[in-house]
Ligand binder design. Structure first.
Ligand code: CMP
Length: 145
């Protein structure tokens, strides 16, 4: 399996629940290493640009409004099969459909306030990581067991 990088966002509801540590701990436990971490309050422009692919969807306005309602944690996660592994840990977009034990099943309230975002393909991961981080802000390291 290849070492990949993916973008993870802990959304405003994750921060309001005091769940930053619990969620990052799940990633670390699964071998997804945060190689860049930043707390940021997204502007409307930044959120609209990030979610531009959804701009014609009926939920776009609510999505941007929610993502700018409070600070988020932006992370680049690195590890084997990182894109798929992150999505497996997150669970389905709609928390009602998320498998038990996944982040969204355990923390999310609704499809809008669904606690985490993760890139959905390796190609998008590259675009999304570079949307928020410069190459010089990514610091690879390994877990020594
Ligand atoms: P996210 O992984 O951040 O990507 C786009 C977001 O739009 C998604 O999580 C949801 O929070 C939000 N969203 C709201 N309604 C829908 C929907 N019907 N389908 C997909 N995403 C939705």
């Amino acid at each position: 399996m290849a070492i990949e990088r993916t973008l993870s966002i802990l959304k405003p509801d994750a921060l309001e629940k005091g769940a930053i540590g619990k969620i990052i701990s799940r990633f670390e436990h699964a071998g997804l290493i945060p190689i860049a971490v930043r707390l940021q309050h997204l502007s409307t422009k930044e959120a609209e640009g990030f979610y531009a692919v959804h701009k014609d969807r009926p939920f776009f306005k609510d999505l941007v409004s929610f993502m700018t309602s409070g600070p988020v944690v932006l992370m680049c996660l690195e590890g084997e099969n990182a894109v798929a592994k992150n999505r497996e840990l997150m669970g389905a977009t709609d928390p009602k459909k998320a498998a038990p034990g996944t982040i969204r099943a355990d923390f999310a309230k609704s499809i809008d306030a669904n606690t985490v975002h993760g890139s959905d393909s390796l190609e998008n991961a590259k675009v999304e990581v570079s949307y928020f981080f410069r190459t010089t802000e990514l610091f690879s390291y390994s877990h020594k067991k």
